[in-house]
Write a protein that binds this ligand. Structure first.
Ligand code: HEC
Ligand code: HEC
Length: 365
């Protein structure tokens, strides 16, 4: 009988082989489908609303106020002057784009902090009003690319249609600045996960009842970034449970290394401070904006005191009213600032600095 090289399989073995083959094929298929899914996955978005926002004086002024004194778009979209207290944004490059984040700084890729001026080539000049509005609250650029969520669109989503369109109207009036920037290039798998976050708005966002101070304050405390900086977070930027506004979040950057303050009603937080005292902390920075305080390099604060100083007393008061409703958390925070007595509040520092400063402008007041 002729011998073949063909191995002789037991029927059971053959079955096993078949199962294995099917399993392998399925796995390969799953990987291919998965990779295609991951590669071609598009964030959820709707066509940009078609609208032409009328630039009435009132609307532009409302937008200016929100941008400069509440939402602080320039904190990211403009270079900041860290030689001054609180690092005010430079007027000379107003909204012309911030310095990109790079892998050397530990960022997963390159992140451009875009130019929001109306420059055609390097800014938003060619964007429609609807495209800017959609980017602001729904988190995709004009081509439907998901924005990296450092852009707090998921928070701005709660801005009413009136306020969001006012911001767009104001942006349109900002002087164009030509500032070529590197393209954003976020590495996998972060590039995939950020695509799952955008969510289209499917209904108008109504303005809150201004008489409802607490809810209004809650909105402000979110869109002004108070919650973001004053709530400790894990490495995935998720807020730590039970620690809302409890401070102690360590912030590091060109301003040095500091921890945010506890803003809860606990004695280690805002404690017994009255509404007027709270408003007073901010208003102390109006006028010279805190420039009396000497800042050595790496001994500054990222909290934009001079911008918030121009917030209306109603808005600051609403933030206070809301903060009084959050759970008190015991958390004594050492601000970490070197060479600064952390028991001194910013206002104490300001008063001390103004008293000891021979600045003629301040002296003549
Ligand atoms: C905490 C930082 C931060 C703040 C505050 C911020 N942005 Fe952004 N914004 C970003 C980053 C980062 C991007 C780029 C994201 C990307 O390209 O993936 C961006 C992108 C944008 C874009 C898309 C521009 C483009 O060319 O793709 C618009 C429009 C925009 N922001 C408007 C605003 C407005 C208006 C405000 C204030 C209401 C604001 N941003 C506040 C960080 C911020
Ligand atoms: C970019 C981060 C950042 C943002 C945004 C921010 N803060 Fe702060 N805040 C800090 C840091 C850091 C400190 C501690 C250093 C200092 O005094 O500036 C601080 C300090 C404070 C203090 C001083 C407490 C004291 O007396 O010692 C108050 C009050 C405060 N923040 C309230 C707010 C409110 C209200 C908002 C929103 C309108 C806000 N902060 C937004 C980072 C921030």
């Amino acid at each position: 009988m002729e011998q073949t090289d063909e191995p002789i399989h037991h029927p059971k073995q053959r079955l096993l082989r078949k199962i294995l083959l099917i399993a392998l094929t399925l796995t390969a298929l799953a990987i291919t489908v998965g990779a295609t899914y991951v590669g071609t996955y598009r964030p959820a978005y709707r066509p940009a609303p078609e609208l032409m926002i009328q630039r009435t004086a009132e609307r532009v002024e409302r937008g200016r106020y929100l941008v400069e004194n509440v939402t602080g778009c320039m904190q990211c979209h403009t270079d900041r002057d860290w030689t001054l207290y609180g690092g005010p944004a430079k007027r000379s490059s107003w909204l012309g784009g911030g310095e990109s984040l790079t892998p050397e700084q530990g960022f997963p890729g390159t992140l451009r902090l875009p130019n929001l001026t109306s420059d055609d080539e390097t800014g938003l000049g060619r964007w429609s009003d609807g495209e800017i509005l959609r980017a602001l609250r729904e988190g995709v650029d004009r081509n439907g690319r998901a924005l990296f969520p450092m852009m707090p669109y998921h928070v701005y989503r709660h801005l009413s249609d009136q306020d969001a369109t006012a911001i767009v109207a104001y942006l349109r009036t900002v002087a164009p600045i030509e500032n070529p920037q590197p393209a954003t290039d976020v590495a996998f798998p972060v590039s995939f996960f950020i695509k799952t976050i955008p969510e289209p708005l499917d209904a108008p966002v109504e303005r809150l009842d201004p008489a409802d101070s607490e809810r209004h304050g809650e909105l402000l405390a979110n869109v002004a970034g108070c919650e973001f900086c004053h709530t400790p977070r894990n490495e995935r930027m998720e807020p730590l449970p039970g620690m809302a506004f409890a401070g102690g979040r360590e912030l590091e950057g060109a301003f040095g290394n500091v921890r945010s303050a506890n803003l809860t009603p606990h004695a280690t937080g805002l404690g017994g401070r009255s509404r007027d005292e709270f408003i007073g902390i901010f208003k102390a920075f109006a006028g010279d904006g805190g420039s009396a305080i000497d800042v050595e390099p790496q001994n500054n604060t990222p909290m934009p005191w001079s911008d918030f100083a121009q917030m209306t007393e109603d808005d600051l008061g609403a933030i206070y009213d809301y903060l009084q409703t959050v759970a008190p958390v015991e958390n004594s925070v050492d601000s970490l600032r070197p060479s600064v007595d952390s028991r001194l509040t910013p206002v104490d520092r300001l008063i001390e600095a103004r008293a000891s400063n021979v600045d003629p402008v301040i002296g003549s007041q």
